[in-house]
Write a protein that binds this ligand. Structure first.
Ligand SMILES: C[S@@+](CC[C@H](N)C(=O)[O-])C[C@H]1O[C@@H](n2cnc3c(N)ncnc32)[C@H](O)[C@@H]1O
Length: 289
């Protein structure tokens, strides 16, 4: 078990210590591991905050997590404990041989990757994350440290700080970033687990409801084709739905209204995809659709 130098001090001593002591990031950082896991994250297509809304210069979550931990925790003060702490954050780097087709030949390509640690996409739910939350609290006298990101952009730093149990404030001068921050940091926390009725415009849209019912697997394609309206209202009145369906419904509405308003400025596109046709709902992220 790793013991940080700060662990055995009184609360008052800890506060002074955390003001004066060297943080891990001032002495060492799992640079290679954070870089490898950050590059890997660029290929993640589902569940990543970058899929919620595009934001330029969004930082990789792996790099933010590593930088936050190394900033919030003190340097253990000796090389062995420092090495163990760095490994607990970033794991170790191993080489993996992969087969790659180049033209008509298959060649071996050696690739570096991390094993262990909590930076790689998917390892954020690793039980070690709880260990880091506890250590960070301990380092701040048993309280959650406050983290302020006044240039929060797409929200990577505050999201990771929240994951590490910090008391977080995020802001940005750009109203688009501000809204992305609301949707990334605040609404999921407030609304997760709640179910509410779909908005009226969604209930009245055969295209939207077809996608909805298909995803529930309740209706066969034949039933849908026969009479969606009767089937949906009489046989299966839609249940209250979770936040993800409200995001889909309102996203679909915004897209439909934007297409309608902007069509006159983009006649070529409007001809290519006429407004009279059904506006397709993007169902790529919905399992079973
Ligand atoms: C490099 S981006 C931050 C990216 C962010 N760390 C992330 O991971 O998405 C810099 C941000 O600073 C914001 N910004 C620039 N000047 C600002 C100011 N005076 N006050 C608040 N935000 C500002 C920009 O709108 C932009 O979103």
């Amino acid at each position: 078990m790793l013991t940080l130098a700060v662990g055995s001090r009184s609360e008052k001593e800890r506060e002074t210590f955390m003001t004066d002591c060297k943080r891990l990031i001032e002495v060492a950082f799992p640079l290679k591991q954070a870089s490898l896991d950050s590059v890997h994250e660029k290929n993640v297509r589902h569940g990543h905050i970058s899929t919620l809304h595009i934001w330029p210069a969004r930082r990789p979550l792996a790099a933010c997590r590593a930088a936050l931990i190394a900033t919030l925790l003190p340097d253990p003060g000796n090389p062995e404990e420092r090495k163990r702490l760095l490994e607990k954050i970033g794991g170790t780097v191993v080489q993996k041989v992969e087969k790659k087709k180049i033209g008509d030949k298959t060649v071996d390509v050696i690739r570096d990757e991390t094993v262990g640690g909590i930076l790689h996409w998917g390892r954020e739910s690793n039980p070690d994350m709880e260990w880091f939350r506890q250590e960070i609290r301990k380092a701040y006298g048993g309280r959650a440290p406050k983290v302020l990101d006044p240039f929060a952009g797409g929200g990577a730093i505050p999201l990771e700080a929240m994951r590490l149990g910090c008391d977080v404030t995020a802001g940005d001068i750009n109203p688009v970033a501000w809204f992305i921050l609301k949707c990334t940091l605040e609404y999921p926390q407030k609304l997760a687990g709640q179910h509410r009725p779909l908005p009226k415009f969604a209930l009245e849209s055969p295209e939207f409801m077809e996608t909805f019912f298909k995803s529930t697997g309740k209706l066969t394609k034949k039933q849908l084709e026969r009479n969606l309206d009767t089937v949906q209202r009489k046989l299966f009145p839609p249940p209250d739905v979770d936040l993800s369906w409200h995001v889909r419904a309102w996203g679909w509405w915004v897209l439909r209204e934007a297409r309608r308003d902007l069509a006159k400025f983009y006649p070529t596109y409007a001809e290519f995809e006429p407004l009279s046709g059904a506006t397709q709902l993007d169902t790529s992220g919905i399992p079973g659709v």
